[in-house]
Design a protein around this ligand. Structure first.
Ligand code: MTE
Length: 321
């Protein structure tokens, strides 16, 4: 069979050049053009980027993985999209109205540290290397509320395989973007920006650890952590870092954002346990944000069959918050 493949010169530059190279060249050319024209005003530039259609839209909806089932209805998007935590933008729960300057593209992801070959990829080049699927997961916030969400993304173990960590690597440290012009609270010096989280390599390669790009069958809206966030459903929600731009492999346990802010109340491990109260409130039950009803919280948020073995023998250690 004759298969006609496109030649290099028939491709748009964005397709022929690795996204990271194309984006950095465009940024230099764009900044030069704006300075020449005397038009270096942010709103105009932001407007232009916002007009670019999401290049990943055709990847959605992805096939649902039937292995992960819920014991409760999916939380309606109308609820889950107005009860969010994204401190870079707002200390309140309705975050979206404060995200007007945030852009999902261009978006570069750096993979560095103890890896065979450090790399920087554009999010759309990364998406070409992985298989998207939908998973229905429960989500339990340390503040004792919960929801159930149809996330779309890919197994974090696929990113670890792509990174090819060296034998000494034990942890992966993740970092959110840092741009106080876009995220106003990053000017608040009381907090240690950028937001940082970490997992052991065993946790990151556990089948449940999921890197999310979409939600409700479409690319994720900004307040959900687009274009790339983590979801670890057996841990409290604060581990699920949003707006990730960097994965660094290391042999040292990362200091996570909330641990740095208030280490006596929030730790590195943050595994859900109804029997271990937060120092200021009980974790025995949780409020469903859709119905307002309370239900008992489950050990590992109900995911013990997948993850309990990761912590065997350490149940009496500080792995619960
Ligand atoms: N990631 C960043 N970068 N900034 C944040 O403030 N909040 C965390 C987590 N990831 C947060 C973050 C907390 S406390 C929770 S409960 C979840 O995001 C909330 O996810 P949701 O808004 O999709 O419900």
């Amino acid at each position: 069979m004759l298969i006609r493949s496109k030649r290099g010169w028939e491709l748009p530059e964005s397709a022929a050049t690795p996204e990271a190279v194309y984006l950095s060249r465009r940024a230099v050319m764009g900044a030069g053009a704006l300075m020449l024209a005397g038009l270096a005003s942010r709103p105009a530039a932001a407007q232009r980027v916002a007009d670019v259609p999401d290049p990943s839209a055709s990847l959605y909806p992805a096939k649902t993985n039937p292995r992960y089932t819920l014991d409760r209805p999916v939380t309606p998007e109308a609820k889950s999209s107005v009860v969010n935590n994204y401190y870079e933008f707002s200390y309140g729960k309705n975050v979206a109205p404060s995200m007007g300057r945030f852009q999902r593209r261009p978006w570069l992801v750096k993979i560095d540290g103890m890896v065979e070959k450090p790399q920087e990829l554009g999010i759309d080049d990364l998406l070409k290397k992985v298989q998207l699927e939908e998973r229905l997961y429960r989500h339990r916030c340390v503040e004792a509320w919960s929801m159930a969400v149809p996330w779309t993304g890919f197994a974090m173990k696929d990113l670890v395989a792509l990174a090819n960590p060296t034998s000494g690597a034990k942890f992966v440290r993740m970092e959110t973007f840092l741009d106080p012009k876009v995220a106003p609270n990053q000017k608040d010096f009381r907090y240690p920006w950028p937001y940082v989280e970490g997992l052991t390599l065993e946790e990151a390669t556990n089948e449940l650890a999921f890197l999310v790009t979409g939600v409700y069958g479409k690319p994720a809206p900004a307040q959900f952590g687009a274009p790339l966030r983590l979801v670890t459903p057996w841990k409290y929600g604060f581990k699920s870092i949003k707006g990730i731009v960097r994965f660094s492999f290391t042999d040292k346990q990362p200091l996570s954002y909330w641990e740095e802010v208030q280490g006596a109340e929030y730790g590195f491990w943050a595994n859900v346990n109804p029997k271990v109260p937060h120092p200021r409130w009980s974790q025995a039950s949780e409020e469903d944000i859709a119905t307002g009803n309370r239900r008992p919280t489950e050990l590992f948020n109900g995911y013990g069959e997948y993850v309990a073995a990761l912590y065997a023998g350490r149940e009496n250690q500080k792995i619960w918050y």
